[in-house]
Design a protein around this ligand. Sequence first.
Ligand SMILES: Nc1ncnc2c1ncn2[C@@H]1O[C@H](COP(=O)(O)OP(=O)(O)O)[C@@H](O)[C@H]1O
Ligand SMILES: [Mg+2]
Length: 225
Amino acid sequence: MAPLLEATGIDKSYPRHDGIVEVLRGCGLRLDQGEAVAVMGPSGSGKSTLLNIVGGLDWPDAGTVSHRGGLLDLADPRAMSVWRTAGVGFVFQFHFLLPDFTARENLLLPVQARRRVGAADRDRADRLLDAMGLAQRATHLPGELSGGEQQRVAVARAFMNRPDIVLADEPFGNLDREKGAQLGDLLFGLRRDEGTALVIVTHDPALAGRADRTLVLEGGRLRPA
Ligand SMILES: Nc1ncnc2c1ncn2[C@@H]1O[C@H](COP(=O)(O)OP(=O)(O)O)[C@@H](O)[C@H]1O
Ligand SMILES: [Mg+2]
């Protein structure tokens, strides 16, 4: 069976004033359905670049990304926009919640990007907020929530469109260890319940240890830890 996601031969360089910096060199990643993979590696090694390419936020210079055996057309903006909003969910280090919208409304935004929001969507948003321990916070604005709560809303939002894969880039890097561990419980619990595959970039060995396997990005490629 084809893997859920397969990236092969990914090259990515960025121009710089003193030449170009080669970030990814023939990088590959293979993810099975429902699998959780942790990605570690030094700062600047290209972890965010890889996640952004896999999630359609950035483009490789060379290489392919396929989903369930079908190549993504990285050059087709419309196809990649569908991939970004429905195929994957993102959690970043910063929550990127819209400040003028309540927690529930923030969850409904990725649905609204695709179609009209209905009662079932509001139910799902409330269930996800409940799963994140935020049942009492649905009508709060981000500014009325703590940092940990804001990030819990961001985690719930990543799952809203039932993506096959959630991509989390140092999602709890701004929280203290105890809060990070709590949110790790919630994230890993939710992905198990939803059957969602996860790629999580983290510097925290305890968080990485919850994944099915850990990979290290070094010298432009991923290798087993
Ligand atoms: N848009 C960009 N323009 C130029 N250089 C970039 C850009 N994005 C990332 N880089 C460079 O690419 C390298 C890898 O960055 P990044 O993927 O953010 O690493 P990591 O997430 O592992 O810390 C770094 O040297 C960074 O400075
Ligand atoms: Mg990064």
